[in-house]
Ligand binder design. Sequence first.
Ligand SMILES: [Zn+2]
Ligand SMILES: [Zn+2]
Length: 530
Amino acid sequence: MKRAALVAIVIGFAVHGSGLANQERRTSNAEPRTVRVGFATPGGGYEIQALPLETYVARVLAGEAARDSRPAALEALAITVRTFALANRGRHGADGFDLCDQTHCQVVRTATTITARAAHATAGSVLVHDGAPAAIYYTASCGGRTEIPSRVWPGAEDPPFLPSRHDDACEGMPAWSAEIDARDLLRALRASGFTGAGLRDVRVAARSGSGRVARLKIDGMRPDAISGQDLRVAVGRTLGWQHIKSTAFELRRHGDVYRFTGHGSGHGVGLCVIGSARLAEQGVTAEAILARYFPGLEISRKTSSDPTPPENGPKSQGRGQTPSKLGNALPKPSRGLTPNGTALAPEVLVSLPDDDEGQRGAVVKQTIRAREDLARALGVPPPARVTLRFHPTTDDYERATGRAWFTSGALVNGELHLLPLAVLRSRGALERTVRHELVHLMTDPMLGTRPQWVREGAAIYFAGITPVPGARDHDPQQRPAFRPAPHASCPTDAELLQPVSVGALGNAFARARECFAKQIQAGTSWREVK
Ligand SMILES: [Zn+2]
Ligand SMILES: [Zn+2]
């Protein structure tokens, strides 16, 4: 009951256009100690509640801490959870809130007296790097050796406070094994966008410095390789996360069954939750636990009188340090921070599914560059807001857009919808697809009523990269079919909107580009092509 009084319910405000802009402006200027949490609803949506920061921390501890953790472990995790929340506020900007209540962000449960006490004892304490909450991570169990971010998420930065180090505290726990049928594995790979007649064999092709699986060869599929993390994510999304708990595994095939034997749980980056629980049992302090997993980071504390003590929490007792320091460290929420700790422009909102989050920084950087680039080429102002939604599976993408998987990307209601990141990246199609859809976003106000070939032709022409969709990169035999005959006809709307195959779409794209380029080369402005 006490909690109800602290909870402001903010349901259903506008996500599009100026509605969100106002919402964000308001949040950034007002109470910075509230977290807008999106609670996943059975219908697939979110119910948004604004929770006081320390209430949020107490509730996440209930969701993320190891069972029966000692106070030192809970306090170390409380500081980690709080830092993570402040550094990742922009994460669900595309959905109209800060953080969700799922593993994607931090799991939120009902606080207990013990978790509330840990939140309160550390109230306001944050790990800082360069004067801002550090872009840190934590993991259920590193399995005996922590991992650097770039080994898990391509393109992520590797700051010195997230090293790969031996960790004897967790003793390599938990040990796990899983048997996955070849048919189920094929289903998981297909859902992630891999194609091919059938799975003939899967084997480990490379390991990272920490011993985790970096790359696997997947014979019979296209592309024929996948990273260890992407395999774990593909299986997790399709078959459940309980199978491949980490990428620290051995793999053997017995007939049609693949047997994974591994240890650890989660991505392995940053603080090891099981390891820190064990360290606390040995009498190690919260500060020493943090120093061990996040070497070089400082803890910034604020003084007493937190205006919003967590429910069940003891009365405020000041920590007696400078009040201004943490204030300075708080980020402007609407600006958000990438996981790499760099401030990102408020107007690029990226929605990423589970376990792709580490790539946010790289995606945002690339999108900002492409947006500036294309604005110059087109002679239009860069769009104030760009929203990118990467779908977790190809099915999900097809449902949301009504387009076939091999289209790679689609513009729906002014938002860029994209295939799973793993498959775009493995096809080398990520940058091209984002640029293509950005051109649509920027030219549709002028070209929206023209034939499809004009709109697609513009996107292909200005994206500036070979005009081919989907699987073609790894299928050189298909290339000749994509070269339009001289004086080929411009494609019809149906050819571009309801293509019957990858090849047919590639052919229609190539002709659209040809038709468009011909008029541009004759001196017509792109606005006048028809
Ligand atoms: Zn989330
Ligand atoms: Zn560990």
